[in-house]
Design a protein around this ligand. Sequence first.
Ligand code: KG4
Ligand code: ZN
Length: 355
Amino acid sequence: MMEEGHISGPTPQRAAPLSDRVMLGIESSCDDTSIAILRGSRLLSQFTAAQHIHAKYGGVVPEFASRAHQIHIVPVLEGALKEAQCSLSDLEGVAYTRGPGLQGSLLVGSAFARSLAWSLDLPLYPVHHMRAHVVAHWMEDAAPNPAEAMLALTVSGGHTQLLDVHAPWDMTVIGTTRDDAAGEAFDKVAKLLGLDYPGGPVVDRLAGEGNPEAFTFAVPRMDGFDFSFSGLKTSVLRVLEKELAGNTSPSQDFIRDVCASVQATIVSMLIGKLEAAADHHGRKSVAIQGGVSANSGLRRAVQELGDRRGWSVHIPPFRYCTDNGAMIALTGQYAAERGESGGWGEAPLARWPMQ
Ligand code: KG4
Ligand code: ZN
């Protein structure tokens, strides 16, 4: 069985080339059903079904998410097989997200993956979702792949983590959020402003047209490498209340300026910790991953950090930023190389600490 948490042992900085095994990867931890097929680290196909039903509730409704995964999972697999020009008999392993995530969503993917592997008599690879976000940097088409130890920042709707990464199978969490995740902060601010869900991409777009220095938002100072984002929402609420005194709705210019200022605040908090952590651990290579790594301000800022410090920078292509089957399949490939397979009877883990 795959070990939980930090895997110690020899830590070569450069991952050896993977064998040409054909691996299926199934991701269903939140609201995207995504299935990919890889040969080694090369993407043969990736199909993702997004769930738009949550937009009208302003957040993911777990019961609707499970039902939608159940409807999507077979057609998504059929699409991935067709695009890769594969049949089920070409598969040599099945990797799936065992956790962390929404219990019902995980149950759909894990029951499907375990049944498929059992019926095809294939090895099964249970994958840690947060580890997989980092492993995405080793996809063949995410080149240049990391070639030295790096400091990596995972920013998604549910998590914010700083990790010291030696290899795809060897990483340690060194900082995390004490409350909201970075993506959650974007989504909550968007909701306050009456913008659509998920809010991150909308805030990103409007921020491009606003003034990042229009507002200053108070952010708590956190010691070490932990984050706190919950105060930001309250700070935005105060500014909004002031603007709305006597008015029914804020002006478009005001919304754009709030978006630009919030984005600048979040990005500066993230980059400040990333730089400090890289210095502390003596790393000269940094990376971002997870849904919020699609943010244009963050992508620009981490690139500027790399240029300023002479560090190498890893930013995944958009298809590997948000939840995707490819990162799950690739993590399965490394588990297979290391002989770490899972069993049929393993239940999903909604909570699954990395260490
Ligand atoms: O990694 P992900 O797809 O799912 C989770 O595992 O949570 O991340 C989703 C999060 C959402 O909070 C969404 O608003 C945020 O990523 N996001 C963005 C952008 N694109 C997605 N946040 C800021 N700017 C973006 N361009
Ligand atoms: Zn994710």
